[in-house]
Write a protein that binds this ligand. Structure first.
Ligand code: ATP
Ligand code: MN
Length: 459
């Protein structure tokens, strides 16, 4: 039985076995207490050894923080406060010793230090809780879409297009980078590369998933994406997971409604299923998280157009680093001002200037703005970016050209507008930003098992 199951069992003296890692040990005159944690839940199981029992002093000495143990005994009502049951140990085996240099001794370590031992940090309370909440969110993502009949599409991670409209890309090659083959003009000869042309890791599955939306209706991707941006922030990773729903016969208002329902579904699921972990975050990481998330679930999300948002920012008496003016991209400080000061909750901002958004977004009649939607939340700013897609072939071709790109490169994408074009929309939710939002964790590197960021790939 897992520790979680044992803790949920009434202690009426039945014989049980618990396996896990020792978190702490306390030695008193006649009794040794130690706590067994197996990751099944935040709490550990208290194990109690009577020193007069048949367990040898040598074995008791080897029960040290970090050691793995198997303890057999009787589950009884706990004498101490806090826990319902404890294990009166009859037999204990140390499965793997942890000498005294075990790096995770019982004290609070900084998250910076824990990043240096990222292989061991899942054994801490915080990372155990993050990992369980992350899992719950992933299950909630599939639950939300599967219950609504969306198909999960596995879009490729390696792509042949060198711009997908979002960020810089990592190149994928099997050429000898020290001595690549050259063509007559002295350029690297990509005909000789693995795919016979330049290839990259995807920054988004959207372009491919649109093809499935325009055939199968409601679809989504959920997988890793890669961005080679030198962003050393607490909100950017080089490898992160993204959820990208795409819906046919769907305009921007529908898209926004789905985004709101989706976020609320995820919050509800975590609050219902991760009570213990959420109470931990509320106490130790971000005070008031639970109440503020409950409030978010209850209220409709605010909505402003970019132009209205800009008006709010321009009249704000706030010492912004970047002066707000119509046409600039919203900076993180602006996003936070809007969510934290103007609205006090999530806010959808729509209809951005075309020049700061990707080529595929549908042009509004004003010729200046596009049907884009970003969802901003307190503390983090943007967690969702989405849009209605341009479904008019002529307009899309013109837009691709005006951005200095070749329509031929996107022929397969343009075919959707050539044959049976439909209004369709979608968005991308950054999965780690969602984990940050729910847990209150400050740094995105602490909500993914092994973070990839500039100069960071040790594990
Ligand atoms: P930002 O402006 O915050 O850098 P973006 O506008 O480049 O993000 P999009 O291309 O709109 O991002 O991607 C959709 C979502 O993916 C974002 O709303 C965000 O939640 C997430 N995201 C984008 N870039 C990253 C990143 N480098 N690391 C983690 N999540 C990211
Ligand atoms: Mn965006």
């Amino acid at each position: 039985m897992t520790v979680k199951a044992l803790l949920a069992t009434p202690g009426d003296g039945q014989e049980v076995v618990a396996k896990g890692w020792v978190r702490t040990k306390r030695d008193s005159k006649n009794i040794v207490f130690f706590e067994i944690n197996d990751g099944s839940c935040l709490s550990s199981l208290q194990a109690v050894v009577d020193k007069s029992s048949s367990i040898s002093p040598e074995t008791l000495q080897r029960i040290l923080t970090g050691a793995s143990v198997s303890a057999k005994g009787h589950l009884v009502a706990s004498q101490g406060k806090g826990q319902g049951v404890e294990l009166q140990v009859d037999e204990v085996k140390v499965i793997g010793d942890a000498p005294a240099d075990y790096p995770l001794q019982k004290k609070r370590h900084s998250f910076e230090f824990l990043r240096e031992i990222a292989h061991l940090r899942p054994r801490t309370n915080t990372f155990g809780a993050v990992t369980r909440v992350r899992n719950e969110l992933a299950a909630g993502v599939h639950e939300f879409f599967q219950d609504r009949g969306f198909l999960w599409i596995h879009t490729p991670l390696i792509t042949g297009s060198d711009a997908e409209g979002a960020g810089n890309m990592f190149q994928v090659t099997t050429l000898d980078v020290g001595n690549p083959p050259k063509d007559e003009s002295g350029q690297v000869d990509y005909d000789k590369d693995f795919f016979g042309k330049k290839a990259h890791l995807t920054v988004s599955g959207q372009l491919q998933v649109e093809n499935f939306a325009c055939s199968l209706g409601d679809v989504y991707t959920f997988g890793p994406t890669f961005r080679a941006e030198n962003s050393n922030t607490s909100r950017h990773l080089s490898e992160f997971w993204m959820i990208e729903p795409e819906m046919a016969f769907c305009d921007l208002d529908d898209d926004r409604a789905v985004a709101e329902a989706f976020i609320k579904h995820l919050l509800n699921r975590v609050l219902n299923n991760c009570e213990e972990d959420m109470a931990f975050f509320d106490q130790w990481i971000q005070k008031g998280t639970i109440d503020s998330l409950k409030e978010v679930i209850e209220k409709p999300f605010a909505h402003l157009t970019y132009t209205q948002a800009m008006e709010e920012l321009e009249k704000a008496k706030e010492p912004f680093e970047f002066r707000p003016s119509w046409g600039i991209d919203l900076q993180s400080e602006h996003e936070r001002y809007l969510t934290e000061k103007v609205v006090g909750g999530p806010i959808a901002v729509t209809d951005y200037p075309k020049d700061i958004k990707a080529f595929y977004m549908k042009m509004n009649d004003d010729g200046k703005t596009v049907r884009a939607m970003d969802l901003l939340v307190p503390r983090l700013g943007e967690i969702i970016g989405g849009s209605q897609r341009e479904d008019d072939l002529t307009k899309l071709e013109a837009r691709i050209r005006s951005m200095g790109m070749e329509p031929e490169e996107y022929d397969w994408y343009l075919d959707l507008r050539r044959y049976g074009s439909v209004p369709h929309s979608g968005f991308g939710l950054g999965f780690e930003r969602m984990v940050q939002y729910v847990t209150g964790m400050q740094n995105i590197r602490d909500v993914i098992p092994f973070p990839r960021a500039p100069k960071t790939i040790a594990f």
